[in-house]
Design a binder for this molecule. Structure first.
Ligand SMILES: [Zn+2]
Length: 383
């Protein structure tokens, strides 16, 4: 019998454990120490505990073990192959990452870093999305959630960034296009940060529609302006929805209703992928969502996938750094993917993001209408 939701996870992803200050780049460490002491004057600077830590995943797995979700089926993960990674990363970049096997150190001042087992973990994180695409194509499950780290959506073609080594969601999207024969795939990045890597990788591609809702620049990484809508053949296939800090559940659900759903119906994808970060949770201290909002989002994208693409829906974990909020949100999300009822969600008395969503809906209306036109389609007219 077809299971409802497949969960892809491998405990070897816990082996990615960068911690401590960077001895090779004292200026990078000094800059981060300065930033931390400005934001948290009482914080100890003796050691550096990376926020993207193994405990994120163990909190999620513990929550799912303590309260198993009916209809969920756990699956193993294989590392992504070089061929799969090369669809979105340059050969020289892949060689550079391979050279880091067994080593520790920071790769950038933004604290993107590796420990000896990080490259193996990153190969598994990218491979999880590939395995999930294959399983959905084979109808082994209705939809899927990949519990992975390191995250991926900041990783560029030839550069690591923002805790990300390989762009996991882009590797999955490229695999679906190249290997499974899906003509069009759609990505919604609902992580709090703009997925600059995903944007750059598909910016010229009319076959991958990317919608990205995020806290507006200059918030990290400082990109994702509403005017960035794609270029060349990809013009009109990238929709950014910048949001103010403090936005809550109603804002993200409004992004779905006003931008994501109409765009999906116009674009008609064969697969919907979600860069599922959970850092808009209020415990992450910038925005104000909670687990009830994430469950409602998941229920809506599940229904959308049922309408658009025979249910094919894949969520890949990105950010979310407070273990309690992250684990509760992922649990609620997977429950909704499994078809459990989502009755209600919490709303703020005055959700700060609603005006920004209305602006984005208006800004993108014509672009979304044009998504229904296929590139190269023969015009229908009178002789
Ligand atoms: Zn994030």
């Amino acid at each position: 019998m077809e299971k409802r939701v497949l969960i892809f996870y491998d405990e070897r992803m816990l082996g990615h454990d960068p911690t401590g200050w960077d001895e090779e780049h004292p200026d990078w460490s000094a800059a981060v120490k300065s930033m931390i002491s400005q934001q948290f004057p009482d914080a100890s600077l003796d050691t550096y505990n990376h926020p993207e830590r193994p405990g994120r995943l163990t909190a999620i797995v513990d929550a799912l073990s303590a309260s198993p979700i009916k209809g969920a089926d756990w699956r193993a993960v294989a590392p992504a192959t070089t061929t799969q990674l090369q669809r979105v990363h340059s050969p020289s970049y892949l060689a550079y990452i391979d050279s880091l096997v067994g080593r520790s150190g920071w790769l950038a001042q933004d604290t993107t870093a590796v420990s000896p087992d990080s490259v193996a973990a990153a190969r598994l994180a990218a491979g999880a999305g590939v395995a999930a695409c294959e399983a959905l194509a084979a109808r082994e499950g209705r939809n899927a959630f990949c519990i992975v780290r390191p995250p991926g959506h900041h990783a560029l073609n030839d550069r690591p960034m923002g805790f990300c080594l390989y762009n996991n969601i882009a590797v999955a999207a490229a695999h679906a296009r190249a290997s499974l024969g899906y003509e069009r795939v759609m990505i919604w990045d609902w992580d709090m940060h703009h997925g600059n890597g995903t944007q750059a990788l598909f910016y010229h591609d009319p076959n991958v529609l990317v919608i990205d809702s995020h806290v507006e620049a200059p918030f990290y990484p400082g990109t994702g302006h509403i005017e960035e809508t794609g270029a060349g053949a990809g013009r009109g296939f990238h929709l950014n929805v910048p949001l103010p800090r403090g936005c809550g559940n109603a804002t993200l659900l409004d992004v779905f209703d006003r931008v994501v759903r109409p765009a999906a119906h116009a674009f008609d994808p064969a697969l919907i992928l979600i860069s599922a970060g959970f850092d808009c949770h209020y415990l992450d201290q910038t925005c104000a969502m909670d687990d009830t909002g994430y469950a409602a989002l998941a229920a809506r994208v599940r229904s959308l996938a049922d309408d658009c693409c025979d249910g094919r829906l894949l969520l890949v974990l990105e950010g979310g750094y407070e273990p309690e909020g992250l684990s509760a949100s992922v649990h609620a999300t997977i429950g909704a993917l499994a078809g459990h009822a989502v009755d209600t969600f919490n709303v703020l008395p005055d959700d700060s993001g609603l005006a920004a969503v209305a602006k984005a809906e208006q800004f993108h209306a014509e672009t979304i209408a044009r998504l229904a036109y296929r590139p190269g389609a023969r015009a229908i007219g009178h002789a």
